[in-house]
Design a protein around this ligand. Structure first.
Ligand SMILES: [Zn+2]
Length: 394
């Protein structure tokens, strides 16, 4: 059995302990100490990290009342100096105490019960047994929680036997039957919990709900407290400042300016679409005017294969043609026809491709190919043009 010092004192971060056991486990060691301030993973709170005689503690867990500290190598001495990563511990204390305040406030005002608690590097959340949490409720809950923080009330922890614990107005029923640890927030909440908490609510600093989402009939509430909330604020403040600069705006005008910008972009996109449609018509007319033959061949520097396909569709409205279009920027070729000639576009392209570094294929009426070099693309295009012309002459 290990003495769990973090139960009575969450603030000590350096101390001496006696090593009771060293258990090799795969390429690591599990250390059991006579007493520890390292919090083992549990109750939604991640385990502490730190060092034992300067050896890194990567994970801490509890099993049969013993606490195991996972380390890379075994300490040499029996009496060891332990150090906690206090920055991480204090953030956990802030987040965890904030969780009690949030759950207690939801319970008091909406009878919502908190079920799942997640506290990690990535995010902190609880699931509240309410199918709907409105923005109005979020604002109200946030204000109530912050009011308790401003009042700086005491957070007490003590052990109770089950019968005594049952007499308390507990927000949740305990999961164990003996030595029930109660966390009491003065005038606010009684809850069984084994985690580490701050001594007074003022140390939580600030509480902010980040977002809510529906989760299996309940609502998941993401939140940040204290240092984490400040980091979150700083990150978002930086983004807003950059946007303000880019849009020559301030906090009051930024959204309006972005909406106007997006409306302008949509208008420009529509204009571009219309211009492209007109360009396709013009291009098809130009091709018909310049070529007196059934076979129309064209190389395009800057048109995509999709634009070339659109040109062919327009062309076919104007007569019967074999059209070969090359996109030099995409290194692609497109061939299509709407004539009565015996011409299978897919087969003709496949035959020709044997001679070049390219691949492709298609149906009797249209086919495509892609090439590794511009030279092969053009050679293949011109060869197809000759073949098609000979068909026309037959
Ligand atoms: Zn707790």
């Amino acid at each position: 059995m290990t003495e769990k010092c973090y139960y009575d004192d969450a603030y000590t971060y350096t101390w001496e302990s006696e090593v009771i056991e060293v258990i090799p486990k795969e390429d690591k060691y599990l250390i059991v100490l006579d007493k520890t301030y390292f919090y083992p993973e549990g109750g939604g709170q991640p385990s502490d990290s730190g060092t034992i005689d300067d050896i890194k503690v990567s994970y801490v867990f509890e099993e049969n009342k013993k606490i195991y500290h996972q380390v890379e190598k075994a300490p040499k001495k029996k009496t060891v100096l332990c150090k906690l990563d206090y920055e991480k511990r204090f953030i956990n204390m802030q987040q965890h105490t904030g969780e009690h305040l949030l759950a207690a406030t939801f319970y008091k005002y909406y009878k919502g019960v908190s079920n799942a608690f997640h506290m990690g590097e990535d995010y902190t959340s609880i699931d509240i047994s309410l199918p709907e949490v409105s923005p109005q409720m979020v604002k109200e809950i946030e204000n109530k929680v912050n009011e308790i923080i401003y009042k700086n009330v005491e957070v007490k922890t003590y052990l109770k036997e089950i019968e005594e614990a049952k007499k308390l107005p507990l927000r949740k029923q305990p999961k164990v039957n003996e030595d029930i640890r109660i966390v009491e927030i003065d005038g606010v909440d009684f809850c069984p919990c084994c985690g580490t908490h701050v001594k007074r609510t003022g140390e939580v600093g600030i509480f902010k709900i980040i977002k809510t989402e529906k989760s299996k009939g309940a609502t998941r509430i993401y939140f940040q407290c204290g240092k984490r909330a400040l980091e979150d604020y700083s990150k978002k403040h930086k983004i807003v400042s950059i946007l303000n600069e880019k849009f020559s705006a301030n906090e009051n005008t930024l959204l309006e300016k972005i909406e106007k910008y997006m409306a302008d972009v949509r208008e420009i996109e529509n204009e571009i679409k219309e211009l492209k449609r007109e360009a396709v018509v013009c291009e098809a007319q130009k091709l018909v005017k310049n070529s007196k033959e059934t076979v129309i061949y064209e190389e395009y520097d800057n048109k995509s294969i999709d634009e070339i396909i659109n040109i062919s569709k327009q062309l076919f409205q104007m007569g019967k043609y074999i059209f070969i279009g090359l996109s030099l920027k995409e290194m692609k070729l497109f061939i299509t026809h709407n004539t009565d000639l015996i011409l299978h576009c897919g087969n003709i392209i496949k035959n020709e491709l044997n001679k070049y570094a390219g691949k492709g294929g298609g149906s009797p009426i249209q086919a495509q190919a892609i090439f590794e070099s511009k030279e092969d693309l053009i050679k293949c295009g011109q060869a197809l043009r000759v073949i098609c012309k000979s068909l026309e002459d037959e």
